[in-house]
Write a protein that binds this ligand. Structure first.
Ligand code: ZN
Length: 452
């Protein structure tokens, strides 16, 4: 496979990166937890007024570097710095500026501000890249306000029709009591672009995303960089159990059709099955009807979130759960309850592109070469599989994609105290710069560009 190590030794400015990151967090800051002005979380839900303000701020910063801005019909913002060949599709660094309602300052935001810092570094040194390089802000990545995660990269990749995204309504009503759609809010904040939201209209040569790990592995192993090789498969289900409601004091134990008891047994069983396959399984929601202390519930609904890096093992876990749940439902001691599975979402495992993985490895090796060897084996980066979903999963279906992880304090994310140290943010941004420059050189070497 082709490799390229011949890239200039440019260094990002770490204090400028952190100053800008915190400046951008002035839009939508919330949930203070400490005394320092940067010790707050974020509540910058997609397409709210704070999101509008940070988007305008971001565009201004990018325009001052000579970037061309394109806004598509999902409000995705593409800021592109022209290269020697400005006609070929750009290499993009992408992530998101929206947050959870009780979010932190790093999830998504680090990737966006590191991308800006890379462009500033290129601008300062008047570096002429072979092809164009840019940053993209994907709208409503979190799925917190409008409940479809990574919805806008999904539309761009062709995985979701734009009408389905546009009509998605906010989960919580706005202060005026209305629940607005994504389309209405895109129009309201002035980010309904004219450009079609599609790969065909806005092709990308490669997509690189720097993101906090959101888990404990890098910190536990005292490493600095995760080179992400892909994302695990995940499926969501709602399982509905129907039994019979009857009096808690007069129905003998042997005469019951208790939907809660059956659900409880199934959840315990699902946990054993996932563990046996080294997978993950989670029940996050349980609802019972009618909901009375002295009446058995006639209906119990619970969710299952199943994850595994392999599609095959994922299917085995699902299959075993289905068999065991059916057996529990039919069990004589529960006197037979009915069981129904409803699939909410299905996402196959994602494998990132080897060229992207290689240039990230080289950049990680270079960037960490002179640091103290803190990990047990002395290596400061490792291959990882992403546990969470990201926009990069959708881009990988259309263009070579890679992701870089940075350590996350205590593995905590989606919380105001979410934290990645300034040193680790800077290392991540430096790896992003190194990877993008290597990829830029690589595609020139592969003859994919023409000098204009
Ligand atoms: Zn994120």
């Amino acid at each position: 496979m082709a490799t390229s190590t011949d890239v200039p030794n440019l260094k990002i400015n770490s204090s400028r990166l952190m100053t800008s990151l915190h400046e951008s967090c002035e839009f939508g800051k919330a949930h203070p937890y400490g005394t320092h002005e940067t010790e707050t979380g974020m509540a910058r839900l997609a397409l709210n007024d704070a999101d509008k303000a940070v988007r305008k701020w971001y565009i201004q910063q990018a325009e001052s570097l000579g970037c061309k801005i394109t806004i598509d019909q999902m409000g995705n913002v593409f800021a592109v710095r022209p290269g020697k060949d400005s006609t070929a599709p750009p290499v993009m660094m992408g992530s998101h500026l929206d947050t959870q309602p009780t979010g932190g300052r790093y999830d998504g935001i680090l990737g966006m501000l590191a991308g800006l810092e890379v462009l500033r570094t290129l601008h300062d040194s008047k570096y002429q890249s072979e092809g164009s390089i840019g940053v993209v802000n994907w709208t409503n990545e979190e799925g917190a306000r409008f409940p479809i995660i990574t919805v806008s990269s999904a539309v761009w990749s062709g995985a979701l029709p734009i009408e389905a995204a546009w009509k998605c309504k906010e989960v919580t009503p706005s202060p005026d009591g209305n629940r607005y759609t994504m389309k209405e809010e895109l129009e309201r904040i002035g980010f309904m672009g004219h450009h079609p939201a599609s790969y065909e209209a806005q092709p990308i040569a490669a997509h690189f995303e720097l993101h906090i790990e959101q888990g404990p592995i890098l910190e536990d192993e005292r490493r600095k960089i995760g080179v992400v090789t892909g994302g695990q498969a995940y499926k969501w289900f709602e399982v509905v159990i129907k039994g019979r409601d009857s009096h808690a004091g007069t129905t003998p134990m042997a005469a019951r059709k208790d939907s809660v008891l059956a659900a409880a047994k199934m959840i315990v069983e699902s946990n054993k099955i996932a563990k046996a396959h080294s997978g993950l399984i989670t029940t996050g929601i349980i609802e019972m009807e009618p909901g009375s202390v002295n009446t058995m519930a006639h209906t119990t609904r619970f969710t299952l979130d199943i994850r595994h890096p392999s599609d095959t093992v994922m299917a085995q876990i699902e299959d075993e759960c289905r068999k065991r749940f059916s057996a529990i439902a039919a069990d004589d001691s529960e006197r037979g309850v009915s069981l129904e599975w409803r699939q909410l979402t299905a996402n196959p495992a994602v494998t990132f592109h080897q060229d992207c993985i290689s240039v990230i490895e080289q950049a990680a090796e270079d960037t960490t070469a002179d640091l103290p060897r803190t990990s047990e084996d002395g290596k400061l980066w490792k291959h990882m599989v992403s546990g969470a979903g990201h926009d990069s999963f959708h881009t990988s279906r259309r263009c070579p994609t890679g992701m870089i992880f940075t350590p996350t304090r205590d593995g905590l994310s989606h919380t105001p105290t979410e934290y990645c140290s300034a040193e680790d943010c800077a290392l991540g941004a430096q790896v992003l710069l190194g990877a993008v420059l290597r990829y830029d050189r690589l595609r020139a070497e592969m003859g994919l560009l023409t000098e204009k």
